[in-house]
Each structure stands twice: as structure tokens, then as C-alpha cells.
Design a protein around this ligand. Structure first.
Ligand code: GLA
Length: 388
């Protein structure tokens, strides 16, 4: 769908719900991470691309002090609350991501806002539909109210909405990708100091495609495993005498201090994932910068999956089945994306093998009595922007 059409549809839905035209329409994309998983909250490196799929926010100012939120994807789940009464967890559900942004900027939202969101980022698939929502609203509020917020401040507002208002302990990967990514490039981001570089990624020119396979297994990292992994990384860093695991670049340095720590074996494996994953990001970026054949990054992606599966232990059996099936069908590399515990797999495949790989994965899923996964090819797309 073109930006113009997406804006028209969102504006129409807004007019139907609120009986007036919106003041504008903004969009922010979901993301798929090429490599660099569970590194962001360790101050490490990430390399995401933006999806063509976005969340659109159609917004108008109000003068009654209310925040009114409606979603095309969540009919009957509108939220209406005075801006001054917003507090973490209230409203909850989908509306919390938008409300959290407004809460974070509440001092700057005098009269209230009407917000209608519409989107096509698959939710619960590890593709950052929540960041697409929070970033689209953050950009809308900034532009509409003329707030002096640069990209880093926007990312921070969106991340705090998720961390502090919704209570999802994410790092900064998803929001950074949604705001900073550009069409045709992957975003190489150093999460420790925010340094970034757009790395051109034209896989089609090399006869390749980045295939996303949404396995349909749900992931819920608002609690549980994700939170525990963060804690373990902090513990490992402490035992190693560093603030962030990013500061360590030699796996050989991990064993001696961690071996003696309580849960030393677990902490060692968690830290080893982070340290080797940072190295994998650098390896992939170097290969892409050198204009080497991008097929060379395939085995690095697959090694990243093995590390997430065995050392970080955030994969699940169906994701592993999916990765194996893609590799068996000729993918150059494949790995789970996002926080884990379900969600999607990304595979680097020859463009003319997309159908064969999709069919092979679908067959393997049928053999496991699982419904066919949803698949699509990602073209690195634009970051958050005003549509109308
Ligand atoms: C989720 C989080 C991100 C990041 C990834 C794992 O998507 O929101 O901050 O930690 O998991 O790389």
C-alpha cells in the first residue's frame, strides 16, 4: 500500500470515529533485526531494517483535556481518559503504548488529543508492532504540537512509554529502528553511545531475499524470560567487573570470573551469547561495507541462532524447526528475530528460492501439525514519517 493510500484510509477511519478530519497522519514501521539480538540492553551493537509494514496514527488536537484513543485493529477497545489522569497501566492493553507516549509528554499536551491508529505490522510476531505504535504517536505529537524533540528524544519517549507506562522491559532496538531506519539500508547502531551508520543493503541486486517467517507462536516478553535474561546479563557484568557486557570482547575473559559465581555456568553462557553476538554484528557490517557477496553473512546469521538457542536459551522448538527447515531447503542462513520465546524467523535465501523455502517450511510445519506460517520478503523500508 502506498503512503498516500495508507494516509487516506487512516483519515477516513478517523473521520468516521470522530466526525472530523484529523490534523495529520503519521506512520512508523515495525522492524526485523538482521543480527544483534539481546545486545541492546548490554550496550552492544544491532543491525535492524525497517519493514514496509507500519502503524499509522491519525491525530487531531482537542480542547477538553481528554485523550481519546481508537484502533482499527481493536474495535470496541477505545480508551478515553483526561491527560492529567494518565498513570502507568491506565489505560492498559493496546492503548497503553499510545497513552504512555502522551503521558511522557503530558506537560506539553495542553488541550488533549484524539488519536486513531491503523496498522499492518503483525502483532505478537517479534516484529515490533508495539514500537511502531509508540513511535508513530510520538512523532505525531511532536509535529502537531511543535515540540523541540530530536530523533534521540523521540526514541527515548517511545521507549519510556513501553518500559515505564506499559511495563515491558525492552531495550532501545525497536524504537531506534522504527525512528532511524532508511529505505534501502540497514541501521548499524551502537546502543552504548547512539552512534549510527546507514549500511546500504540491496539484497535484490545480489539475487537474494530476506524472508520473514512468522511462525504464529506467541511471544510475551513483558515478563518472564526476557526480564530474567536482562537480570542475568547484569549479574554477569557485575561478576566481570564491568558496567555493560559490551565492554568485553574476548570470550576467553569470561570463564575465570564467572566460573566461581553462583549460577556461574548459566551466566557464562548468557555472557558468551552477548559477546559473540556483538562480534557477529561487526562481522556482518564489515562484509556489507566491503561489498562482499552478501551470501557470506548467511552462516553468521545461523551461528547467531545457535547462540540464542543454546547459550541464551530464548528459542522454542517450533522456531528451531523453522530455522532447520529453511536451511535444509537451501537458505544461506536463518535465525530467530526479536526477544524470542516464539515469533518470527528471518532467512537469507536466493530470490528464486523463496517459494521453495516457503513450501518446505510449510510442509515441515504440517508434519508437526502446525498451521502454515505467514511469510513475506522484506525490502528495507523507511523509518517514521509524516504521511499527510
Ligand atoms: C525485544 C526488545 C528489544 C531487544 C530484542 C532482542 O524486541 O524490545 O529491545 O532487546 O527483544 O534483541
Amino acid at each position: 500500500m502506498s503512503d498516500a493510500e495508507a494516509a487516506r484510509i487512516a483519515a477516513e477511519a478517523f473521520a468516521e470515529r470522530f466526525g472530523q478530519q484529523p490534523d495529520g497522519v503519521w506512520a512508523a514501521p515495525g522492524r526485523v533485526n538482521v543480527i544483534g539480538e539481546h545486545t541492546d540492553y548490554n550496550g552492544g551493537f544491532v543491525l535492524p531494517v525497517a519493514l514496509p509494514h507500519t502503524t499509522r496514527a491519525a491525530v487531531a488536537r482537542r480542547d477538553d483535556g481528554l485523550l481519546v484513543l481508537a484502533s482499527v485493529q481493536h474495535p470496541g477497545e477505545d480508551a478515553e481518559v483526561a491527560v492529567g489522569d494518565l498513570e502507568p497501566g491506565r489505560p492498559g492493553g493496546w492503548a497503553g503504548y499510545a497513552a504512555g507516549v502522551v503521558h511522557g509528554l503530558a506537560g506539553s499536551v495542553p488541550g488533549g488529543l484524539s488519536i486513531l491508529v491503523d496498522g499492518d505490522v503483525p502483532s505478537g510476531a517479534g516484529l515490533s508492532s508495539s514500537a511502531a505504535l509508540s513511535c508513530s504517536v510520538a512523532l505525531a505529537v511532536r509535529d502537531l504540537l511543535g515540540l523541540d524533540l530530536d530523533a534521540d528524544a523521540l526514541i527515548d519517549v517511545a521507549r519510556r512509554a513501553e518500559n515505564d507506562f506499559v511495563g515491558a522491559p525492552t531495550g532501545v532496538l525497536d524504537q531506534s529502528a522504527s525512528v532511524l531506519c532508511r529505505a534501502g539500508s540497514a541501521l548499524f547502531l551502537d546502543t552504548r553511545d547512539g552512534t549510527r551508520e546507514q549500511v546500504p543493503l540491496d539484497l535484490a541486486a545480489a539475487g537474494l531475499a530476506l524472508l520473514v517467517i512468522d511462525t504464529g507462536t506467541t511471544h510475551d516478553h513483558a515478563e518472564g524470560g526476557y526480564r530474567e535474561r536482562r537480570r542475568q546479563c547484569e549479574e554477569a557484568a557485575k561478576a566481570l567487573g564491568v558496567d555493560l557486557l559490551r565492554e568485553i570482547d574476548d570470550v576467553a575473559a569470561l570463564a575465570p570470573p564467572l566460573a566461581g559465581a553462583p549460577d556461574g555456568d548459566v551466566l557464562l553462557r548468557r555472557a558468551r551469547h552477548v559477546v559473540t553476538e556483538d562480534a557477529r554484528v561487526l562481522q556482518v557490517v564489515a562484509a556489507l561495507r566491503e561489498d562482499a557477496d552478501p551470501r557470506a553473512i548467511g552462516p553468521v546469521l545461523t551461528a547467531g541462532h545457535a547462540s540464542l538457542r543454546d547459550d541464551f536459551e530464548v528459542s522454542v522448538p517450533l522456531i528451531d524447526v523453522c530455522v532447520d527447515a529453511a536451511l535444509d531447503a537451501g537458505a544461506h542462513g536463518a535465525r530467530m528475530v526479536g526477544g524470542g520465546f516464539g515469533g518470527s524467523v528471518v532467512a537469507l535465501v536466493d530470490a528464486d528460492a523463496v517459494d521453495a523455502v516457503t513450501a518446505a517450511v510449510t510442509d515441515r510445519f504440517a508434519g508437526e501439525s502446525q498451521p502454515a506460517p505467514r511469510t513475506f520478503v522484506v525490502v528495507p523500508s523507511a523509518g517514521a514519517r509524516r504521511l499527510a
